[in-house]
Design a protein around this ligand. Structure first.
Ligand SMILES: C[S@@+](CC[C@H](N)C(=O)[O-])C[C@H]1O[C@@H](n2cnc3c(N)ncnc32)[C@H](O)[C@@H]1O
Length: 312
């Protein structure tokens, strides 16, 4: 999935090779991960696609079936992986993931401890954030889930950045060998407050902790546990509003944003290069932008805090 060579930008350089993982994109909500194999075919409602036709093409290519149908072959970024991975558990999605990576201040070179691993949705983005010199140590007490996550990290190419351990973090805490070494700790556990004392031991001075919980009662208990050893305790709920963009005709009564539903007021009025206000054309095809009907609502609460700086 990632090029973790420190001398290169993190990107999908070059073209699709035998053995690569690609995301086969039919439309926004129809995608699947496929491992390219020279002798295999992909069959869907658009016809039969030979993998051998894909090899050598750049990621992002449009490829044709025997019937002239087409799909796009996209690079397996963590964002897309989160949408296609097999759900062995509830997972974190990109709105929470992007917010928590920023708020935890995770950067290339960071050492991050995580539990539980679950389906590895967050772990994959953490791996990209710490690459090429950092590392994510992730723990789940469920042996089979840990094994499946390891396989996924291998096929998405982040395995050199992630170590998966099997351990009951609520019962035993994180292993002592990481004491005082972690830049950040992330918890997605049913009783995160039980892991807070261990997280505090693992963090460097000023290190950051985040706990994800779906229920506010869990948040309250976690905050109670954080009070003694952590400061700057803050809880967020990240609500994402997704819009779909497609070509269509705009009714003249819809206003400059072309929305047939209520939308927030537009603070800035866009002007054309000649300086006049842009005119809507009610007759010509134009781009329509409207909120998606299937937008995701509440996922959970993210509670952040920073380890108290000890004065000794
Ligand atoms: C909701 S899932 C985590 C999902 C993950 N954040 C993702 O984005 O894919 C919670 C995981 O915590 C694990 N878990 C529950 N209790 C645990 C414990 N005491 N120690 C370690 N892992 C635990 C479960 O097995 C499960 O896989």
């Amino acid at each position: 999935m990632l090029c973790s060579d420190g001398t290169k930008k993190l990107s999908f350089g070059g073209s699709i090779k035998d053995g690569d993982l690609v995301i086969v994109y039919e439309k926004r909500d129809v995608m699947k991960a496929v491992k390219v194999s020279e002798t295999s075919v992909l069959q869907n409602r658009f016809g039969v696609f030979k993998h051998s036709d894909w090899i050598g093409k750049p990621f992002g290519s449009k490829v044709l079936s025997n019937k002239g149908g087409f799909v796009y072959l996209l690079a397996p970024t963590p964002e897309l992986w989160t949408l296609v991975l097999s759900h062995r558990t509830q997972i974190l999605y990109i709105a929470d993931i992007s917010f928590l990576i920023t708020y935890l201040e995770i950067v290339p070179g960071s050492l991050v401890l995580e539990s539980g691993t679950g389906s590895g949705s967050l772990t994959t983005s953490l791996a990209r954030a710490v690459a090429p010199t950092g590392h994510v140590y992730t723990f789940d007490f469920h042996q089979q889930r840990a094994a499946s996550a390891r396989e996924d990290f291998q096929s998405t190419g982040v395995d050199s950045l992630v170590t998966v351990g099997v351990r009951d973090i609520q019962g035993e805490g994180f292993p002592d060998e990481y004491s005082g070494l972690a830049d950040s700790v992330f918890l997605d556990l049913p009783q995160p407050w039980l892991a807070v004392p261990s997280a505090g031991k693992m963090l460097k001075q000023d290190g950051t902790l985040c706990s994800f919980s779906p229920c506010i009662e869990q948040v309250q208990r976690t905050c109670e546990a954080l009070k003694s050893n952590f400061r700057d305790i803050r809880t967020f709920e990240v609500l994402l509003r997704t819009f779909e963009v497609h070509e269509g005709k705009i009714d003249s009564c819809q206003g400059e944003e072309g929305l047939s539903v209520r939308s927030p007021p537009c603070k800035r009025r866009h002007r054309s290069s000649e300086g006049s206000a842009m005119q809507d054309s009610s007759s010509s095809p134009t781009i329509k932008v409207r909120p998606c009907a299937d937008a995701r609502g509440h996922t959970g609460y993210l509670t952040f805090s920073r380890l108290q700086v000890s004065l000794s």
